[in-house]
Ligand binder design. Structure first.
Ligand SMILES: Cc1cc2nc3c(=O)[nH]c(=O)nc-3n(C[C@H](O)[C@H](O)[C@H](O)COP(=O)(O)OP(=O)(O)OC[C@H]3O[C@@H](n4cnc5c(N)ncnc54)[C@H](O)[C@@H]3O)c2cc1C
Length: 396
């Protein structure tokens, strides 16, 4: 038994030690919290704009362990208008896919600016997959009216991250604080002043001063047990912003991807259906013909996920050995060589985590938490309500 006095003594000692260890680290002009695709791209943009500003990219994991490395299928952009795709149809598909609830000005700006980003990545060394004529390869994804997911085998996020991280090395004014855990925003009610953070290797608590902050802490899909996200995708960034008085918006809009492989929940990219994979119920039927006869398995993700749940709830699903219901994803007809060439990571994931060769057997899949549409409220330029703080990427 510990007496009240002893507890108080321990608590006071803890406070003393914590306070003694709290030191001011050096000051930066721009702090970027998060080293995923959003954080790295922002760092390069700022460093290019002004080589004199001091930039710190702060991340609780090593850069190349940021969740963005696990993006698989591709990045949507209109590259071939001369072949029939149009920016207008990309804008329309995006807004229609959101059931007309998206911020339409933002969707339009994204669709207009993203082609330039694809070429910019190319110029920085991104190894896009190629068509036979040498142009950047694009594949079909759910909800598209044209094949416009620019892909790099089925590891697009890994290659994009590698390209951006390499590019960051060209700038002397970008400093990486890896394995530093941001805990709070310091502000005076009006303006941003800095953040508090813990250096994980030593456990030391720091204040880091800055003139501006970009929050790029990603999504928080690990709040669901069946999730495609990295274990690091927790809501710290959202929480940090909320505690500093910023509004969180549309948090109920969580995307469930149709094909998480059992039992791990790891993503089987939509590219697998884009390359021609089918979804089957226990009667061997391609059930999507009853839900979306035109787009079939490539209907928007919410439609395919809901259809799968209906099939399972109405007794047309399969029983997985773990006790949950699932549907089958059939890639066998694609053949071993196409799977190895275009879906190599999917093959590896199926073999390693489920013991299944997708060219020989069907995969057990069910809808899985995959993306958070909501986040920190910003304007179209990413500015939050607190002066000096922006948010970018999935956290926004
Ligand atoms: C399996 C999978 C596949 C996907 N495939 C595609 C795809 O093919 N195409 C597509 O367009 N999208 C895809 N997505 C979505 C896309 O990958 C993500 O939305 C995007 O990569 C998020 O990037 P981000 O920079 O916002 O965040 P993240 O990459 O999640 O990075 C967050 C960063 O914040 C840091 N961080 C978080 N909290 C703290 C803290 N408290 N202190 C310090 N640092 C912190 C982390 O260390 C990390 O560096 C996929 C998502 C998943 C889950």
């Amino acid at each position: 038994l510990i007496s009240g006095d002893l507890l108080e003594y321990i608590f006071n000692r803890f406070l003393e030690v914590s306070c003694l260890k709290m030191v001011n680290s050096s000051e930066y002009d721009l702090l970027i919290l998060g080293s995923g695709l959003a954080g790295l791209r922002a760092a390069i943009a700022a460093a290019k704009k002004n080589s004199k500003i001091k930039i710190a990219v702060i991340s609780k994991v090593q850069v190349m362990r940021s969740h963005s490395v696990s993006a698989e299928g591709g990045t949507a952009a209109v590259l071939f208008e001369e072949e029939g795709d149009t920016i207008e149809s990309h804008i329309y598909d995006t807004i229609k896919g959101s059931d007309f609830l998206a911020d339409q000005d933002v969707a339009e700006r994204l669709c207009r600016e993203i082609p330039q980003e694809i070429y910019q990545l190319e110029h920085w060394g991104m190894p896009w997959s190629r068509r036979k004529d040498g142009k950047i390869g694009q594949r079909m994804f759910g909800g598209y009216s044209y094949a416009r997911a620019s892909y790099a085998s089925d590891k697009v996020g890994f290659y994009e991250m590698q390209t951006l991280y390499d590019t960051c090395q060209k700038f002397d004014n970008i400093e990486f604080l890896n394995e530093w855990y941001g805990t709070a925003i310091i502000h005076d009610g009006q303006r941003f002043l800095g953040i508090t953070a813990i250096e994980l290797s030593s456990g030391t608590f720091y204040t880091i001063k800055g003139k501006a902050l970009i929050i790029a802490t990603g999504g928080a899909g690990r709040i669901y047990s069946y999730s495609t996200y990295a274990l690091s995708s927790t809501p710290d960034g959202l929480d940090i912003a909320y505690r500093a008085g910023m509004a969180l918006k549309d948090m109920e809009f969580v995307q469930f991807h149709p094909t998480g492989i059992l039992p791990s929940g790891i993503l089987i990219t939509e590219g697998a259906r884009g390359e021609g994979g089918y979804l089957l119920n226990k009667n061997g039927e391609r059930f999507m013909k009853r839900y979306a006869a035109g787009k079939m398995e490539l209907a928007p993700r919410d439609i395919v996920s809901r259809a799968m749940m209906t099939e399972m709830n109405e007794g047309r699903g399969f029983d997985h050995e773990t006790g949950v219901k699932c549907m089958k994803l059939d890639l066998r007809h694609l053949g071993d060589s196409l799977i190895k060439e275009k879906l190599g990571a999917i093959r590896e994931i199926s073999l390693k985590f489920s013991g299944i060769d997708p060219s020989q057997e069907t995969l057990d899949v069910r809808p899985v938490c995959h993306y958070m549409m909501g986040g920190i409220h910003t304007d179209i330029d990413g500015a939050t309500e607190l002066q000096g703080v922006w948010a970018a990427g999935e956290v926004a």
